[in-house]
Design a protein around this ligand. Sequence first.
Ligand SMILES: *[C@@H]1O[C@H](CO)[C@@H](O)[C@H](O)[C@H]1NC(C)=O
Ligand SMILES: *[C@@H]1O[C@H](CO)[C@@H](O)[C@H](O)[C@H]1NC(C)=O
Ligand SMILES: *[C@@H]1O[C@H](CO)[C@@H](O)[C@H](O)[C@H]1NC(C)=O
Ligand SMILES: CC(=O)N[C@H]1CO[C@H](CO)[C@@H](O)[C@@H]1O
Length: 536
Amino acid sequence: MRHPQLTVFFLITLFFSRPVNVSSDSLPLSTQSRWVVSSSGDRIKLRCVNWSGHLHGMVVEGIHKQPVKDIAARVASLGFNCVRLTWATYMFTRGHHTNLTVAQSLERWNLTDAKAGVYKHNPHVLGLNLLEAQKAVIDELAAHDVMVVLDNHVSLPKWCCADKDGNGFFGDKYFNPHEWLKGLATVARLYKGNPGVIAMSMRNELRGPRQNRRGWYKYIKKGAEIIHRTNPDVLVIVSGLSYDTSLRFLKQKPLKLNIGKKLVYEGHWYPFVDPTEKWLYQPNEFCGNATRLFIDKIGFLQIQFPFFLSEFGMNMKDVEEKQDRYMSCLLAHVAEQDLEWALWSLQGSYILREGKVGMEESFGMLTANWDHVRSSEMQSRLQLIQQMNRDPKARHRSYNILFHPKTGQCAEVVEDGIYLRDCKSWAKWNHLKGGPISLMGGDRRCLAAVGEGLPAIVTSNCSSNWNMVSGSKLHIASRDEHGRYLCLDWDSSGASGSSRILTNKCLCLGSDLQDVPRCEDDPQRQWFKMIPSNHK
Ligand SMILES: *[C@@H]1O[C@H](CO)[C@@H](O)[C@H](O)[C@H]1NC(C)=O
Ligand SMILES: *[C@@H]1O[C@H](CO)[C@@H](O)[C@H](O)[C@H]1NC(C)=O
Ligand SMILES: *[C@@H]1O[C@H](CO)[C@@H](O)[C@H](O)[C@H]1NC(C)=O
Ligand SMILES: CC(=O)N[C@H]1CO[C@H](CO)[C@@H](O)[C@@H]1O
């Protein structure tokens, strides 16, 4: 706490902290239709962050910058209840890797500064072998109630992923399927009975010129079943082809596995889809298209199975407008569907990545020195998806939360005004397409547009009808008394932490509410989503 930045960090994180209540008596986890549930059948929502441990040194990143115990405490205080911890197959299948101590493993790459850093911050880890060190990290996370998904990320320990890096598909240069199966079985056995590890994902981002469906069905089945036979407690997470963006072929031919109620699917959704310029000039149509494409290729699995969006993220160091819009678009979907997820990533820097010592991770929640949060905006944007909005066991009536993904805030009503606030409390809305938006309970009161540039209000006059419009369906529009369309709008000039919701001319939309062909405005301020919830 010597550091002023650290103090700020702890204040912020305390402010945002929320309970993480997975105790070992709720284990093992299993699945029930599309939910992950505890041993007593209560939903457990996975809200994770990725933490890399698969690079050259085969130790988790950051261990040379901060004590593992502090990193684990931060993960928990940032509102994550789980870590997707990545590992490399060779660490478990090649004796000359397995037997290395952390010190030796870093020395192999001449990483003397990192070694000195580990000595300074985690002296007890330096002499452990790589397996013991991994277990120490998992134990520390467990001590902070943070669950671990062990993700097989590569075979040869290095940065992932490229088409021709030899780690992409079964049979590639470094990716011997038998060795991979052996690695999975070894890890499953090592963590059998360890309550810290709740799931294993089989392989990150299958890809490359050799990828094919036949190989996928064959090896995914073997991998899943070997994990389950060895360690029947863990969830088994199945990933797709083309960098984990496609499992469309399962619509024709479902995967048949003998693993009980343990199957979870995963997928990735990054802003890198082409042509990203469309986020700038056709943002509504592109958001609609991107969401539909994601659902069509992989997201559709959530209807039947728990779906883990195991990687998404954006550059938080130098925020690019297009990535910012991607994030709003994605958050609206993730919140609406209440998916399981893992943000890429925790690490603010790498010991060694792609030949560069100390390379910074601009997508990291933490800064390069691992000592404070890179972006409090991102922290705020995650707040609603860090909550469980749909609880299959709850008996409360469902309603909608009016969510604003650009700020991550939720609409709350104070007297007749509507404000964006942190999602600790919120107004509960009912809405039938094309009809009024009314408050649940009490005397009937409805959302109304008064005029352009004026605050939206709630009133007993329920004659305003509202529609979700534009290609993104993220604009919420109604007519004013002159019959002109107005959209809900965020008044960003308001005091921080509480700004009023106004109605304004709909951005990027013509008078017929169709998307204009090219839009120079940023529509994000007008992007809202009705999030179904039965949270009490
Ligand atoms: C690794 O260590 C184990 C146990 O100490 C030993 O049996 C094995 O031979 C060692 N492997 C190599 C390649 O050094
Ligand atoms: C480490 O340093 C030694 C001596 O300078 C050098 O011979 C070796 O190639 C280096 N190894 C790596 C992996 O950079
Ligand atoms: C959205 O998808 C439609 C149908 O595939 C296509 O015609 C249109 O150009 C796409 N729009 C954008 C902005 O990419
Ligand atoms: C932003 C980023 O670096 N994402 C990476 C996350 O990890 C996957 C797989 O290792 C990479 O393909 C992404 O580029």
